[in-house]
Design a protein around this ligand. Structure first.
Ligand code: SF4
Length: 209
């Protein structure tokens, strides 16, 4: 593992302990729905929405048969609701028709599902199936660039660089650490640099001062 990345991992481990996904879910069907809804939306908001959503659509079959307008109304507050509703219904139909109603566990299969890109597939693999994957969302991308542990122009480049710099058995945890750190400390606007445990590694802060 890259030396500085390793030190950062250890500091974040001390800060967050065994970190986990902040989305509420009971099975992989609920997980994939929650991750699709979470695009450009907070986990907190998604958890409010899915509380009722999973009562109305408790499994992939019920979601596959959902009426678009009814689903749109339920997920309206998470933004991009029209696209997300269409993707959720299509994803559910894909799972029913192509995968016997079971959310697949392989990256190549997951990314054939409607609305499922690299990030969603990696989260489902890591969180739902305990496989090693690094999902690059907006927090992971921003923090990796600020700390220069994966200087990158796009999420795919960031993912590949992190995969090189981090031991495989730590990929899942490192993803959660960077998400939490980006969400609560190294925020997009007004990062909390005073008192930041990683400031000694941070080129972004040095350049800003
Ligand atoms: S010093 Fe500031 S910009 Fe750098 S990692 Fe910490 S919070 Fe982010």
């Amino acid at each position: 593992m890259h030396k500085i990345t390793n030190e950062i991992y250890d500091i974040l481990y001390k800060k967050f302990g065994e970190a986990k996904c902040e989305l509420d879910f009971k099975n992989n069907y609920e997980l994939i729905v929650a991750v699709i809804l979470s695009a450009r939306c907070t986990d907190k908001r998604v958890n409010i929405i899915t509380k009722d959503l999973f009562k109305k659509y408790p499994d992939v079959n019920s979601l596959a048969n959902a009426k678009t307008e009814e689903l749109e109304k339920m997920i309206y507050s998470c933004g991009f609701y029209k696209n997300k509703a269409k993707n959720l219904i299509n994803m559910a139909n894909d799972v029913v028709n192509k995968y016997n109603g079971e959310v697949p566990s392989e990256f190549e299969d997951l990314t054939t599902l409607a609305g499922v890109g690299r990030k969603t597939a990696n989260v489902v693999m890591a969180v739902g199936f305990s496989k090693q994957a690094i999902a690059v969302d907006t927090h992971v991308f921003r923090v990796s660039n600020r700390l220069e542990i994966a200087k990158s122009k796009n999420p795919l480049e960031c993912e590949k660089t992190l995969q090189k710099n981090v031991e495989k058995e730590k990929w899942g945890q490192f993803h959660h650490f960077l998400v939490l750190f980006g969400r609560y400390v190294c925020k997009s606007q007004n990062p909390m640099c005073d008192g930041c445990e990683l400031s000694s590694f941070c080129k972004y802060k040095k350049e800003k001062n």
